[in-house]
Design a binder for this molecule. Structure first.
Ligand code: XMP
Ligand code: MG
Length: 183
């Protein structure tokens, strides 16, 4: 779905589909270089990372495996609940593996720091994070994100996997949501 299809539900287009795809190609090139000769497991965080996983993995020239986790940190609103629960765990034993966590967005970083300490306790050979989007708040967290698609302002954004109340994930671009939609 194109961002223009949504009329005044969206207040501002942040990135066009072309800009998103160009950035992902650049990230994939870095991942290719950094993981050359290594077996990498991409761990996608459901549901938002579905789009970036699909595009990133296909842009890679190296082999990769893929697995998924589902954790909950947000309700249907736009504020973090601070509660993190594992809804679906990995099917893979990651001990000794090179793990690259693939996220849609890092906002406060609460979700990610929980996820990282959880995965670290399983003794992977290496553990890094790639996120499509990152908000400024995340920089306050001690969690290091190795690959960042775009640093964006602290506004609620939708598209490219990001939802409001489970909708808008299928927008090919990324836009800010008009306040009248959620207030
Ligand atoms: P924290 O604050 O733990 O949150 O880093 C990460 C999760 O919060 C959701 N999130 C958003 N979802 N538009 C969205 O659709 C946004 O602007 C946004 N900011 C945070 C998202 O689920 C992410 O995984
Ligand atoms: Mg998420």
């Amino acid at each position: 779905m194109d961002v223009s299809a949504l009329g005044n539900d969206l207040s501002r287009v942040l990135y066009t589909p072309e800009e998103v795809q160009d950035r992902i190609a650049a990230l994939a090139a870095q991942v290719d270089e950094d993981y050359a000769g290594k077996d990498v497991l991409l761990v996608g965080v459901l549901n938002g990372a579905v789009m970036i996983m699909a595009d990133l993995s296909r842009a890679l020239s190296i082999h990769c495996r893929m697995d998924w986790m589902a954790i909950s940190s947000y309700g249907s609103g736009t504020k973090s609940s601070g509660v993190v629960r594992i809804l679906k765990d990995l099917s893979t034993d990651i001990a000794g593996m090179h793990v690259l966590v693939v996220e849609d967005i890092v906002d406060t970083g609460l979700t990610l720091s929980y996820l990282i300490s959880n995965l670290r306790s399983r003794n992977p050979a290496s553990l890094e994070v790639l996120t499509a989007f990152r908000k400024p708040e995340a920089l306050k967290m001690p969690v290091e994100v190795r690959y960042v698609g775009f640093d964006i302002p602290s506004e609620f954004v939708v598209g490219y996997g990001l939802d409001y109340d489970q909708r808008y994930r299928n927008l090919t671009g990324v836009a800010t949501l008009a306040p009248h939609v959620y207030s």
